[in-house]
Design a protein around this ligand. Sequence first.
Ligand code: 5GP
Length: 175
Amino acid sequence: MARPGRILISEPELKARIGELGADLARDYGRGPSSPIVVGVLQGAFLFMADLVRATQIDLTTDFIGVVSYAGAQSSGHVRIVSDLSMSIEGRDVLVVEDIVDTGLTLTYLKRTLEARHPRSLRVCVLVDKVERRKVDVGLDYVGFTIPNVFVVGYGFDYEGLYRNLPYVAALEGE
Ligand code: 5GP
């Protein structure tokens, strides 16, 4: 049975790096004309989002968007919005907070969808980047960690709905 195995990113490592990302956000958004809308992508980003917004000392608004990939034999990268934003992003500075970028297809589609709503700016902050799996070049503005091609669970990442609540990121083993 597949279980969480080797820890790839420990709790202290997450805390330290997210602290740095929070400082980066304060530097980049702190002097803007208006407060940004920080958009967490559900479900995977919920823990990262909660820690990231507490690590930055700027005025901001939070919102969430829930997406699922279209089912199919291979990833089309088309996402279906199952729970939309609660507010308009037109003319606003938007920061998308995503858990992981693998092929890049999902995020590319999501960015295109949000761009069509005419935000003033749109940036992306991702916790984990599996850069060697990339199929499309999707611009990432803030990256927490780059990891090799392993399937991870914990700290928001699930396997069949389980393990999101682990406080660290581990490799799934025994699949
Ligand atoms: P992409 O379109 O970039 O290939 O897919 C990104 C999505 O695939 C993520 O939002 C996530 O749902 C899923 N994913 C990719 N790699 C992993 C992984 O290592 N662990 C988990 N739990 N999900 C992953």
